[in-house]
Unconditional design. Sequence first.
Length: 304
Amino acid sequence: MQIGMIGLGKMGGNMVTRLLRNGHHVVAYDRSADAVDRSAGEGAAGARTLEELVAELTELPRAVWVMVPAGDPTSSTIRRLSELCQPGDIVIDGGNTNWRDALLDAEVLKRAGLNYLDAGTSGGIWGLKNGYCLMIGGPQEAYERCEPVFRALAPEDGGLVHTGPEGSGHFVKMVHNGIEYALMQAYAEGFEIMKQSTAYPGMDMHAIAEAWRSGSVVRSWLLDLIADGLSKDPDLADIRGYVEDTGEGRWTVAAAIDEAVPAPTITMALYERFRSRMDDTFADKMLAMMRNQFGGHAVKTTRP
């Protein structure tokens, strides 16, 4: 099957590679000429403009995968495709788009007679080797048309689901990432308790992680990554404890609030990421001051 790929960053480039290995014809475009050349070197047809990409896709209806940063880069690309493509063509958004924005993008395409599929995509840098978990929203007919591409990208044993109408794929991926926040936080807190133990100082965190990987009820791919990271840097001395978030956790908490669904674990995991970016905060100073005021507890001062 022919597929156009717009955006040849780390994940987009790896997806092109995986599709080529599975026998698909890929037309690849990126604003970076070097990125286009890399994909062309692997066997893709390189396009220098969006117009050229659309023209190179001769198999109708066309299918174009947009793999650029969420927000205006994605929406502006979709608007341009709505002008270049023909009725019946399919545009797939594989970025981390907010599901509400996805509904707006879908409307732009619908007005032009095009189909919109939103592909929540999980797998990160390991997707090339292991495959990508894909959560696809959009019309059934468009999904079935592109299913060979999805199955080529997904793991051999599954990892693919049609979640429902437009926007649902990004919605499910949003919740997926909220759960990911909470799982990561739980592992981090558990290892911190063991690392700081005064009853059993000096325990080998890497050895514990390796043991948990087999037979334990908390074994997971995240734990595999923990064990691998600890094998390289047991004290994580080269890493600063500053944790970014890319938005999905915030959107998950907002969705929980909208639906009046209690989600304290995911919410606290998000807040802990905010907390990681602060050092010696005013709030912590106030907590220490209050303890001193009501109980005479000692405080650490900034004075020498």
